[in-house]
Design a protein around this ligand. Structure first.
Ligand SMILES: [Mg+2]
Length: 251
């Protein structure tokens, strides 16, 4: 009788173990699937206290693309008999304002130069700009965006700005493009731009203005936290400006 009882207990124990093994293996499988699902669909969480990326906004005209040089070349080719403003005599942000001072008709002709089809696409890259933009985009802890204001007569300008970026930096840079008439509302840490006074709906803007030297702003006095950047060549110190700001935002 005792033997029968012992055998029955052993059998029950065996069945319980089989059931427990099946249950545990299913649980393990489900947990693994759940974990996979979670890791594949969840955003990457930065470790606590890890430094955040520096956001750099790059202007196009006068910073990446040589607006002033192309404008003068086209104007002189189209109106060889008319007076013009040599680059070394440029002052003031708006080139047309200086041409209007030479005569109403000269100003109107000047406007027409950069409203023409093909103007914005034909701009030559500023020396070292493409290499600097690429290097910046590859830097650890730096996010780069293109932040540019199209002219009001946008027909050719808007599409050609995209084409220019595609031509000189590649399709993947389309993701970085910000077109706006008001740069003050754009969230960034540094705005590298040749326009001395950038105003708009947000005052003060979140970014620090890095004034990129151009013919028209060489004599402008820096104000309100601006710093100056004299071109993209290695000695210009653009890397130092970025590094200083990166340290500042992660203090
Ligand atoms: Mg500009």
């Amino acid at each position: 009788m005792q033997n029968i009882h012992q055998r029955a207990c052993r059998k029950i124990g065996k069945y319980l173990k089989i059931y427990s093994d099946i249950f545990n293996s299913r649980l393990l499988r489900e947990t693994t699937v759940q974990r996979r699902k979670f890791t594949s669909s969840s955003p990457k969480m930065a470790p606590r206290n890890s430094p955040r990326n520096l956001r750099v906004l790059l202007d196009m005209d006068g910073v990446l693309a040589d607006f002033e040089g192309q404008f003068l070349k086209n104007f002189r080719e189209k109106y060889p008999q008319d007076p013009f403003v040599p680059l070394e005599d440029r002052s003031g942000f708006y080139v047309t304002k200086q041409y209007y001072a030479l005569g109403q008709d000269i100003g109107t002709k000047a406007f027409g130069i950069y409203e023409e089809k093909g103007f914005f696409l034909s701009l030559q890259p500023i020396e070292g700009a493409i290499e600097a933009a690429r290097e910046m985009a590859d830097m650890e802890g730096v996010d780069v965006y293109i932040c540019t204001s199209p002219i009001k007569k946008y027909t050719h300008c808007v599409v050609e700005k995209y084409q220019w970026l595609d031509k000189h930096l590649g399709k993947e840079w389309m993701e970085r493009m910000i077109l706006t008439r008001d740069k003050t509302v754009i969230n960034g840490d540094l705005l590298i731009d040749d326009k001395p006074n950038i105003t708009g709906g947000m005052s003060p803007p979140q970014w620090q203005h890095v004034l990129f030297t151009s013919w028209h702003n060489r004599d402008v006095t820096l104000q309100g936290g601006q710093v100056r950047l004299d071109g993209w060549l290695p000695h210009s110190g653009w890397r130092d400006i970025l590094e200083r700001k990166r340290q500042e935002i992660n203090k």
